[in-house]
Design a protein around this ligand. Structure first.
Ligand code: GLY
Length: 375
């Protein structure tokens, strides 16, 4: 049972010039979402969601919006990554126009990262931009993709290649919805949460190490960790909204992760994004140690903690064959653009001491991966 203080929603203010917004983190928030949305002074809210999330949560949020005198238009897409496509974007855009969503109205994204990115991009381009409310229902979306304004779809040439920065006007994070999240998805979201400690907050990482049991039991420490993660992301976004500098720190582990996801053909039965990030973060720390930049003990500590919650931490933890060092470096080079044979990585001097390294020779990355393969 949560204490009254723990049950009180927390508010994180994202103070972007001219476009400030709040992230509300708490329990049971879906049932009261209508009032918070109505306070944004819209007439109509179009709720974009997927079939699975709709079955679990659409009626709650719809009832709440109707009770707050909002007109409601639900738009339901198929669950899964294929919905981040031009075809589904066209369907959603047409449904928004058919529902007569006007400039003063709102698009509400109710779902995980796929729905948030798709609905967010639809909101960004509908009538040259209508306001967006994010109501994320996966841990990964709650601590990462719903905050910061990145929206978009995939194409045959890669993921998230078409999109826009479109900040939400409100983010409502109802921690209770995580009760029905599959354990694997919860762990995957946890990896992104741990990332904030590894980037620049060693105390937060230590707190996660101490609170793992309570977080996985979904006790009050989970609410606190989600709020802390959102505040960490908000701070980086406020510093560098359009990723010309420090926001790139959020890509810790992602250079390795994207190569591994590409190597398994984005087969989610072998590797989901958060798992790839877990392996990628361990590799980033091991690579930092390999280059003499970080203590080996810190890399071992990162690996031990992520493994302790059941996350994969080594390339060998991925089922089936995975490409070798040469091929993985080639994939990283495609993903991140090589400049004169150099790659960009987020490396670290230790836990909580990450930095952007824009000039890492591809040959060093290859030598590092070969050293792992030989070990
Ligand atoms: N997920 C990384 C970012 O929002 O910048």
């Amino acid at each position: 049972m949560l204490t009254e203080a723990a049950a009180r929603p927390r508010t994180i203010a994202v103070d972007l010039a001219g476009r400030p917004y709040d992230i509300i983190v708490g329990r049971g928030l879906l049932a009261g979402a209508g009032q918070r949305i109505a306070a944004l002074k819209a007439r109509r809210v179009a709720i974009v969601t997927d079939r699975n999330v709709a079955a679990a949560h659409l009626s709650t949020i719809e009832r709440s919006a109707l009770a707050a005198d909002l007109a409601v238009s639900p738009i339901v897409v198929e669950p899964g990554e294929p919905s981040k496509s031009f075809a589904t974007l066209a369907e959603v855009s047409d449904a928004l126009l058919a529902a007569r969503v006007e400039r003063g109205d709102l698009v509400l994204a109710l779902g995980g990262g796929v729905v948030g990115d798709l609905a967010g991009f639809a909101a960004a381009i509908l009538r040259r931009g209508v306001r967006l409310v994010q109501v994320p229902t996966s841990l990964l979306a709650q601590v990462d993709s719903s905050v910061g304004g990145k929206t978009g779809i995939n194409t045959g040439r890669g993921k998230n290649l078409i999109g826009a920065f479109h900040q939400p006007s409100l983010v409502i994070i109802d921690v209770d919805v995580l009760k029905s999240l599959p354990a694997r998805e919860f762990r995957a979201g946890y990896a992104e949460m741990a990332k904030y400690g590894l980037i620049d907050d060693a105390d937060f990482f230590a707190r996660l190490e101490r609170s793992t049991n309570e977080i996985f039991a979904q006790g009050p420490a989970l609410d606190e960790a989600i709020a802390k993660s959102c505040a960490a992301k908000a701070a980086l976004v406020m510093r560098d909204e359009f990723e010309t500098g420090d926001r790139a720190l959020l890509n810790l582990g992602h250079t390795f992760a994207h190569a591994l996801e590409t190597a398994v053909g984005y087969d989610g039965s072998r590797l989901v994004h958060g798992e790839a990030v877990a392996i990628g973060m361990v590799l980033a720390f091991r690579f930092s140690a390999f280059l003499g930049l970080a203590p080996e003990a810190d890399a071992a500590r990162v690996a031990a903690h992520l493994a302790s919650v059941g996350l994969p931490t080594r390339i060998g933890d991925i089922s089936g064959e995975v490409a070798g060092p040469e091929k993985l470096v080639e994939m990283m080079a495609q993903d991140k653009k090589v400049v004169g044979g150099a790659l960009t990585f987020i490396l670290a001097h230790g836990i909580g001491k990450s930095f952007i390294a824009r000039d890492v020779p591809a040959a060093k990355a290859r030598a590092f991966l070969e050293s792992l393969a030989a070990a």
